[in-house]
Design a protein around this ligand. Structure first.
Ligand SMILES: NC(=O)c1ccc[n+]([C@@H]2O[C@H](COP(=O)([O-])OP(=O)(O)OC[C@H]3O[C@@H](n4cnc5c(N)ncnc54)[C@H](O)[C@@H]3O)[C@@H](O)[C@H]2O)c1
Length: 321
């Protein structure tokens, strides 16, 4: 939306998978399709021919790879979806990039690759060799394969590691939308790890700013940051955390949501789920050094925007029903 409003030409490619209700995806797409400078192809990344043709038609200056099988817990249920989308699909995208030769390729990776690292905050230079889920492992593998493509084919590539992104139009399988919907419908919310977990929540508006800032900084020796840079010595490849570095406890998150919704949550306390990590905590120093800013929206402010959107969205659904 932001790029379209700025007048850029945007080509979308998405398989509209059924991981969660595609109606939400269709509603998002309808908002994009209202712009004359937006075009899109419905297709899976693994459909290599279709992807290649779409990318060749778009002739992108910048490629932004956000499509993935996301979700930490679902990777225990349906591992194949992660292999297909995140390994085979991301490889197909790299092949398409090899032909299209964009000035910059940006890939969405994740804080999950830091696993249960004890050293906090998580820095891009930390070891991230112990992924706890196939989701994390598939993203780590994508980074490694992309590094080899950056080296072999000279494609400038930035892998950004997102930290728990939330906000309007967010994913229904993530805590903000799942919990808020349950609270509004007076259903129990399941709180894992007995609530003793914390997350470095990132407001989606801040994420957009960071992505656009980074899109203008293709990795190169000329922009190497002394001491803290993950820029490869072998390739124009860099990994960057996008997170504010201000983790919030799960219970404080639930209490903020209750306050904003004006209703109490019915809590069901449960042990930690397999594959979950106790905390995420970004070191934003590299992002800050490269772009001059980092995500700053407080959880309170961001959740207020999210709740306003949710109430409005639900009113729209009620009227349509
Ligand atoms: N939301 C977060 O907190 C978070 C955190 C870390 C990383 N990420 C990463 O950010 C990216 C965007 O995540 P999101 O939260 O918007 O998830 P999302 O599920 O809402 O969006 C992913 C999109 O990819 C599409 N897709 C999935 N597999 C595909 C395939 N094989 N071919 C074509 N399209 C496919 C889906 O239809 C969906 O629209 C993902 O790469 C995700 O792994 C997100």
């Amino acid at each position: 939306m932001r790029l379209l409003r700025e007048g850029h030409e945007v080509f979308g490619y998405d398989g509209m998978t059924r991981y969660y209700d595609p109606k939400l995806k269709e509603a998002r797409l309808a908002r994009l399709a209202a712009f004359p400078n937006f075009r899109q192809t419905l297709g899976m990344l693994e459909d290599q021919e279709k992807l290649r043709a779409a990318v060749a038609e778009a002739r992108p200056e910048v490629m932004l790879h956000l499509a993935a099988q996301a979700g930490v817990r679902y990777s225990l249920e349906n591992p194949k979806a992660y292999v297909d989308s995140n390994l085979v699909g991301s490889w197909a995208l790299l092949e398409a990039a090899r032909e299209a030769r964009p000035a910059h390729l940006l890939l969405a990776s994740t804080s999950s690759i830091y696993g249960a690292n004890a050293k906090i905050p998580f820095s891009e230079l930390d070891r991230a060799e112990e992924p706890l889920t196939l989701y994390a492992a598939s993203k780590k593998a994508m980074e490694a394969v992309a590094h080899s493509y950056a080296h072999l084919h000279g494609i400038p590539t930035t892998a950004f590691r997102f930290f728990t992104v939330y906000g309007p139009w967010g994913r229904p399988d993530m805590a903000p939308l799942k919990f808020a919907t349950a609270i509004l419908e007076n259903r129990e919310i399941e709180i894992y790890g007995h609530g003793r977990m914390s997350r470095d929540f990132t407001y989606v508006g801040d994420l957009v700013e960071s992505i656009l800032d980074l899109a203008r900084i293709a990795p190169a020796e000329s922009n190497r940051v002394p001491e803290i840079d993950s820029l490869s010595a072998q390739a124009p490849f860099r990994a960057v955390n996008i997170g504010g570095g201000e983790p919030v406890g799960l219970m404080a998150f639930v209490e903020t949501l209750e306050r904003l919704l004006g209703r109490p949550a019915r809590r069901k306390m449960l042990p930690m789920q397999q594959g979950d990590v106790p905390r995420t905590f970004a070191d934003p120093a590299l992002l800050l050094a490269l772009t001059g800013r980092k995500p700053q929206t407080s959880l309170e402010e961001g959740l207020r925007e999210f709740v306003d959107w949710l109430l409005e969205h639900r009113r729209g659904l009620d009227e349509a029903a």
